[in-house]
Design a protein around this ligand. Structure first.
Ligand code: BG6
Ligand code: MG
Length: 217
């Protein structure tokens, strides 16, 4: 049987942190004098911190000097980390803990493929870090999603061909990256937003062991 592997995005797939990214960016937007909706936030999902700020400033039609942007990036991350510090196991998304333990027990390799530079800290806080066979995050890539680099590095680390990898993603940019990497993409969220994905599930509660096993077999 061909060896298959699973690559998980972090924010909005393993843990319910997408809302904290949104809240922290929204606070920044309000401070800069404009509102920032959840619909607009879809554009920020999956993309790097630096790119997120550029998109946010474009939305608000705000031009800033590099120095000010650097200051805002630090501020946003500090605010985000304050939310993260309060986080516990209850914020692991439905079914994920069971799925990860099942994969581990059945020796099905899996990796993280996240844009976040806070990924290791978050997984460690949730006691999930050591379960993963590989971790690829925002510190390991030179080009962010929708570029496929993060997923291609993950496949390489796992020793599995890209077309034998299954990516679980909640972001448009992530689904695009998975498709570009020639991987099977499973979107978690809105079917309209994630229409490019091979499969779309409403939430991680639908990402059952049965569903994954069928993709692996
Ligand atoms: C992605 C999130 O996982 O990580 C984005 O979907 C976020 O919203 C990006 O901007 C970078 O995260 P961090 O933690 O490095 O700011
Ligand atoms: Mg995500």
């Amino acid at each position: 049987m061909t060896k298959k592997a699973i690559i998980f995005d972090l924010d909005g797939v393993i843990v319910d942190t997408a809302k904290y990214h949104y809240l922290a960016w929204r606070e920044l937007a309000i401070q800069l004098g404009f509102d920032f909706s959840e619909a607009q936030n879809e554009q920020l999902k999956g993309v790097s911190r630096v790119r997120s700020l550029e998109i946010l400033l474009d939305i608000g039609n705000v031009q800033l000097e590099e120095e000010q942007k650097t200051k805002l990036l630090i501020e946003k991350n500090a605010q985000y980390l304050e939310y993260i510090a309060e986080m516990d196991h209850t914020e692991i998304l439905p079914g994920i803990d069971d799925v990860l333990h099942y994969l581990k027990l059945n020796k099905i390799p899996f990796s993280l493929g996240s844009a976040s530079k806070n990924a290791r800290l978050i997984l460690e806080t949730l006691d999930l870090l050591n379960l993963f066979d590989a971790i690829v995050d925002g510190n390991d890539v030179s080009t962010a999603k929708p570029d496929p680099e993060v997923f291609l590095i993950a496949a390489q680390k796992l020793g599995v061909e890209p077309d034998n990898c299954i990516v679980i993603e909640d972001a448009q940019a992530g689904v695009e990256a998975a498709n570009k990497a020639n991987m099977l993409s499973v979107g978690i969220g809105d079917k309209e937003i994630l229409k490019e994905a091979d499969y779309v599930l409403n939430s991680t509660a639908e990402l059952t062991i049965d569903f994954l096993q069928k993709l692996i077999d």
